[in-house]
Design a protein around this ligand. Structure first.
Ligand code: SF4
Length: 565
């Protein structure tokens, strides 16, 4: 990997001495922001980093401060999976160097997988970085920041094994209506393209009681949806000698009152057993959705990837899932151009994808990741070959996604209204959310669909902001208080799908006179969202957190977050 070109180190010699005010002490607590560059495991780790900083007295930088480079501490939570991870990190650091040279006392911390991997080389390449910490010692962040301020030199601390299970750390949740709950960390597999086992270590499982207590606490705080998170959820329990532990955990989640939606990611086809399918089908709050990473349809390539299932087994799992849960939407990850992949191997991937009927897929062009066995394998393919195959696969999956979406037209769905899921919501007067199968749905409000809708038209909820408003518009917190027809993030709406695109559904049934056009069900989550917004607008403490929502689409562990193709 080439060394990224860096800007000159900022001249801090003339800077004022670092602000000696301890965070949280004095009138102006230091502010922080966390930039997340990786997969959902990183997103959840960032929630822990934020929680620890807040416990230590820092406050989250406002959106304005963030935009103006005014945060006192910037933490970058890095990813090591993609070839461009280093470029992204050093691009971020280059931008921060300029800001730091104008803001004495500002601190920059780098954590996550790339920090674990590159360690001291980060401060060699970017000497303006104050703290480098790894995936095993998230808990050290506040102490390292303080030590770096006090000693006025960079602190690099990387632990070789997990010091504190991240779930025991304070957490600042990004969402009030949905939360991540780690069931395990690390991975015992040895997929040859993956850096995770190297950087995150062997699998460590949390005890079921601890997990369920965290889920119950989330629900008590207002959440209606929980996603169980692990690199390989199907091997959950092996560490404490119970191979059926994951299915039992799903069933136990089904008994938690107030928990309406349970999801999990990621399973592994090699370890995916029928008891899990049975538990999914028998537990009403486990959602009809499965993210099942295929990686390749070629048995020869799967062997080279050291993934111990074969394509027939994979397809068999999908058949059994669909037999037990007919409406299940299944998504996947696929790597194109693994070393040695022949045209025949690739044709196998196309065949399995055609048969699998994924609702969407995260597709990656293979790139060499230093430190992984695949990086040094023979048969690395030229970029043009990989690109051409990728485009063929993309075209195939786009067709399938479009067909699968079209099959949803006319269906009536319950949608959990989400914050920030629809980039065009403000312009279209639609709101957005996720169906039970995790499909993204943009839906119209009565009288409100279309940018030219008349906000005073009959059926328009009173107090709906008349100008384009998305769910990030805080006025909804007040408007929703007055009008029971206006759903808030965390509420449920029932709508009928009227149009389909490959990666989202449109449900304008509220405006086209259908019987099952539109119904709102207010939830505890919606109440919690409104209370949080009011606290935020009123300057009150926002204990639940507010900020960038988790990215759309199925969750991909060990992979960077990319939009579904
Ligand atoms: S790809 Fe997944 S299962 Fe394989 S080693 Fe990485 S984290 Fe483990």
């Amino acid at each position: 990997m080439s060394t990224p070109t860096l800007p000159a180190s900022p001249d801090t010699t003339a800077a004022e001495p670092a602000d000696a005010t301890a965070p949280g002490v004095g009138p102006e607590p230091r502010t922080y922001l966390v930039r997340t560059l990786g997969c959902q495991m990183n997103v959840h780790d960032s929630e822990h980093m934020a929680g620890m900083l807040e416990q230590a007295g820092y406050t989250r930088a406002s959106g304005e401060d963030e935009a103006n480079g005014q945060a006192d501490v910037v933490v970058i939570n890095t990813c090591a999976v993609r070839e461009n991870a280093a470029t992204r990190l050093y691009g971020n650091l280059g931008q921060l160097a300029g800001i730091k040279s104008r803001r004495p006392g500002m601190q920059i911390a780098v954590g996550g997988c790339l920090a674990q991997k590159d360690r001291g080389t980060i401060v060699e390449k970017a000497p303006w970085v104050d703290v480098v910490f790894g995936t095993h010692n998230l808990d050290a962040l506040p102490v390292l920041l303080e030590r770096a301020r006090h000693n006025e030199e960079a602190e690099v601390e990387i632990a070789e094994s997990l010091q504190v299970f991240p779930s025991t750390l304070p957490t600042r949740r990004e969402s009030v209506y949905a939360g991540w709950v780690s069931i395990s960390v690390g991975c015992n597999n040895t997929c040859t393209f993956c850096i995770v086992p190297h950087l995150r270590g062997k699998e460590r499982d949390r005890r079921p009681g601890e997990i369920l207590a965290e889920v119950e606490a989330l629900v008590a705080a207002g959440a209606v949806e929980v996603t169980l998170l692990g690199q390989n959820v199907n091997s959950y329990g092996v560490e404490f000698g119970d191979r059926g532990a994951f299915a039992k955990l799903l069933r136990a989640c089904g008994r938690i009152e107030g928990l309406e939606r349970v999801r999990f990611t990621s399973p592994h086809p090699a370890a995916f057993t029928d008891d899990v399918i049975e538990a999914m089908a028998a537990t009403p709050n486990v959602m009809p959705q499965l993210h099942m990473p295929l990686q390749s349809g070629s048995d020869r390539v799967l062997r080279a990837m050291r993934r111990s299932y074969r394509s027939a087994k994979f397809l068999g799992i999908l058949d059994r899932v669909r037999a037990a849960i007919p409406d299940a939407a299944i998504t996947t990850d696929i790597i194109v151009g693994f070393p040695g992949e022949t045209e025949e191997d690739f044709a196998e991937t196309l065949r399995v994808v055609e048969e699998s009927r994924f609702s969407s897929a995260f597709m990656f062009q293979y790139s060499q990741r230093p430190g992984t066995p695949a990086a040094t394998m023979e048969g690395q393919l030229p970029k043009e070959v990989v690109q051409e195959r990728f485009e063929r696969l993309l075209a195939l999956q786009e067709r399938i996604s479009a067909e699968e979406s079209r099959a949803q037209v006319g269906r009536t769905l319950e949608v959990l209204v989400a914050e920030g899921s629809g980039r065009k919501d403000g312009a279209t007067h639609r709101l957005s959310g996720r169906a039970r199968d995790n499909r993204l749905v943009h839906f119209a409000l009565p009288g409100g669909a279309g940018a030219d809708a008349d906000p005073g038209a009959p059926g328009t909820p009173a107090n709906l902001p008349s100008e384009p408003a998305g769910l990030d518009d805080p006025r909804l917190a007040d408007a929703a208080d007055l009008d029971p027809d206006l759903p808030r993030p965390g509420d449920m709406v029932t709508v009928t799908v009227t149009h389909a695109a490959p990666h989202h559904l449109i449900a304008d049934s509220a405006t086209d006179g259908r019987a099952a056009g539109f119904a709102v069900r207010r939830t505890r989550s919606g109440d919690a969202w409104a209370a949080r917004e009011k606290a935020r607008l009123g300057g009150g403490d926002d204990h639940h957190g507010h900020g960038t929502p988790a990215p759309d689409g199925p969750v991909v562990l060990g992979m960077p977050t990319l939009g579904p193709r």
